[in-house]
Design a protein around this ligand. Sequence first.
Ligand code: GDP
Ligand code: ADP
Ligand code: 5GP
Length: 219
Amino acid sequence: MAISFVENAVARRGLMLVISSPSGAGKSTIARLLLEDRDMDLSLSVSVTTRQRRASEIEGIHYHFKSVREFERLRDSDALIEWAEVHSNYYGTLRETAENALADGRDMLFDIDWQGAEQLQAKMPADVVSIFILPPTMKELQMRLNRRAEDTAEVIETRLNNARFEIQKWSKYDYIVINEDLNQSYAAVKSIVMAERLRRDRRPGLFEFVNGLLEEQPS
Ligand code: GDP
Ligand code: ADP
Ligand code: 5GP
């Protein structure tokens, strides 16, 4: 939801909403709800990856799917603002997309792992708002990965093994959401975004607005 129209005169920087979780906790589901919600006005940073495309995924919408050679070329030419190896594949965020959005004052969603979150946090500490999604139980995490039925049994096993390690990164994030009930989790994430947009330090237009208020003569 946009901040009050009275502040539009002064440009604001976009915020970087980073969402991470162990695989299967519901991060992509929550991200999809955010992107479909017109009130939220968020766009996705489409990552580059060397992972195989899942049946449900569309090139350019969910990821830019690349060969290892192509990925390495992007990485070595500094086209990636962050990159990491996750579950034996490479993933990275395109620098140009992220920087253009921020400069234009558009808020962006980054569905990236803890290594990427750490890199963005170090590079742009004032712009990053980070949320970690936890599953209610490990059993439920396993059930969700199986139910999603997008990965092979071997891939699911790797992801479950990595989950224990990833979960231990929880304390580096600004906000923690335990995704038991999806509606409640989504409401929590939405309220985080709305509150962060209201922060005084993200609203340069407030100076002009308050000056205008003080200049008004009571009739
Ligand atoms: P998911 O865990 O089911 O969402 O599976 P994905 O294959 O979509 O993502 C695998 C991991 O890579 C997740 O931890 C993502 O957050 C992470 N990831 C995706 N894109 C990026 C990226 O651009 N940079 C980094 N560092 N990690 C990414
Ligand atoms: P991630 O992106 O974190 O790997 P997904 O968003 O793909 O996880 O979710 C994994 C599976 O769990 C999907 O099939 C999704 O529909 C389901 N799921 C997500 N959140 C919930 C929830 N709160 N309760 C039950 N199932 C959920
Ligand atoms: P998946 O293969 O299930 O789509 O993603 C696996 C993991 O990679 C998820 O935790 C996802 O957030 C992460 N990921 C996806 N894109 C990026 C990215 O650009 N950078 C980083 N660091 N992680 C990413």
